[in-house]
Design a protein around this ligand. Structure first.
Ligand SMILES: *Cc1c(COP(=O)(O)O)cnc(C)c1O
Length: 395
């Protein structure tokens, strides 16, 4: 079955009795009773499937897990309370009985860097950083550090560099390392990392998967061999997603392929328009043939798409002009997060990259006049018109 079909059908229509709900209901119960205590005994003993306690499993959450596992082509999934919880769980699972060493992409989501440097490193885990878009340097770091785990993102924030996941998987496996990828910026509608050799995929479900700005959640998808470790970890750490969030996420995912298709088309138009605008210095868009990773994008992304994120620099703009531009926007929402149905814009220097020293930001190539746009599903003419009037208003 193809992705849009799986998104609409996978996980639903389990049979609780002699009727079948068309969509999966919200199961709020924390624990479960059976007609006979012998049955509960068998469920605890693993002799028959069934529910016993919310932290061990919930029918609504399991339906979502089945849906996402189907979209990613994984054996199973574990939904979590946030994207950060999914990243932590994946790292714990991959490190459980292996060398306590990680090689990570040097540009990562801010809290992922904090998790590595302020939580895992002080806990005795070695962490080295390298640039996954420079494969030679990346392999050299892996050869030297001999990590158990390599951690990368599909697309980096905010400069939107695209990791060559297939090559990274080859290199990491040749050196005995597992690869975890944070695919929040792409979603399974753009690429399925497991099919490229990646071992564990994680998402902030808050972004494209849920897609409506009303859920905080995460999910991890992987192969059967990691199930025992993940069962122990998820039961003992308790990072579970709740049934209400699972319900909303599952509902959101049914339209994921449709939404992302529209968002990518819109982003392509918006990026081309920005590129021609006299007040825009530079546009960062993976769908642009001039983008440094365009070959990787063409090889890995579905349907020749360049994704739905566009970053750009406002010519000669200081904080005052940037803020005037942002305040003048009427449709595009000035807020953190991404992947929602509405277009959203963010100034990385005041938000995601606020705590970095200016010199460090400069070294990363993140300028003070950079803005990051997550393109929504609105009519593209309205998005462009809004950007246009805000640029005029703030000139
Ligand atoms: C948002 C985000 C996260 C964190 O997800 P939460 O759901 O906010 O915990 C991790 N990685 C990336 C790439 C993100 O965009």
């Amino acid at each position: 079955m193809k992705l849009p079909t799986l998104a609409v059908h996978a996980g639903d229509r389990k049979k609780p009795g002699d009727y079948i709900p068309v969509t999966t209901p919200i199961h709020g119960a924390a624990s479960y009773v059976y007609e006979d205590i012998e049955d509960l005994d068998r469920v605890f003993g693993g002799e028959r499937p069934g529910m016993m306690y919310g932290r061990y499993g919930n029918p609504t959450v399991e339906a979502l897990e089945e849906q996402i596992a189907a979209l990613e082509g994984g054996d199973f999934a574990i939904a979590t309370s946030s994207g950060m919880a999914a990243i932590h769980l994946a790292l714990q699972a991959a490190l459980l009985d292996r060398r306590k060493s990680i090689v990570a992409a040097k540009v990562l989501y801010g809290q992922t860097l904090t998790l590595l440097m302020s939580v895992l490193e002080p806990g005795g885990i070695e962490v080295e950083f390298a640039d996954p878009c420079d494969l030679q340097a990346f392999e050299a770091t892996i050869a030297e550090a001999k990590p158990a785990v390599v951690l990368v993102e599909t697309v980096s924030n905010p400069l939107l560099r695209v990791s060559p996941l297939d090559r990274i998987a080859e290199i990491a496996h040749a050196h005995g390392a597992l690869v975890i990828v944070d695919a929040s910026f792409t979603s399974p509608a753009l690429l399925q990392p497991l099919s490229l050799g990646i071992d564990i995929v994680v998402h902030s479900a808050t972004k494209y998967l849920a897609g409506h700005g009303d859920v905080l959640g995460g999910i991890l998808i992987t192969r059967e061999e990691f199930r025992p470790a993940l069962r122990v970890l998820s039961r003992s750490l308790g990072p579970n997603m709740g049934p209400f969030e699972a319900y909303l996420t599952m509902r959101g995912v049914k339209t994921l392929p449709l939404r992302v298709e529209r968002q990518c088309q819109n982003a392509c138009r918006v990026a081309a328009w920005l590129k021609d605008h006299p007040r825009i210095d530079r546009v960062y868009f993976p769908g642009d043939p001039a983008h440094p990773d365009h070959d990787t994008v063409k090889r890995l992304f579905a349907n020749g798409s360049g994704g739905a994120m566009v970053s750009f620099e406002l010519k000669d703009a200081g904080r005052e002009q940037i803020f005037a531009f942002l305040n003048a926007l009427k449709i595009v929402v000035r807020a953190t997060s991404l992947g929602d149905v509405h277009s959203m814009i963010l100034h990385p220097v005041m938000s995601s990259h606020r705590d970095l020293a200016p010199r460090h930001r400069e070294r990363l190539g993140i300028r003070d006049n950079l803005l990051r746009l997550s393109v929504g599903i609105e009519a593209v003419e309205d998005i462009v018109e809004d950007l246009d009037q805000a640029l005029a208003e703030s000139a």
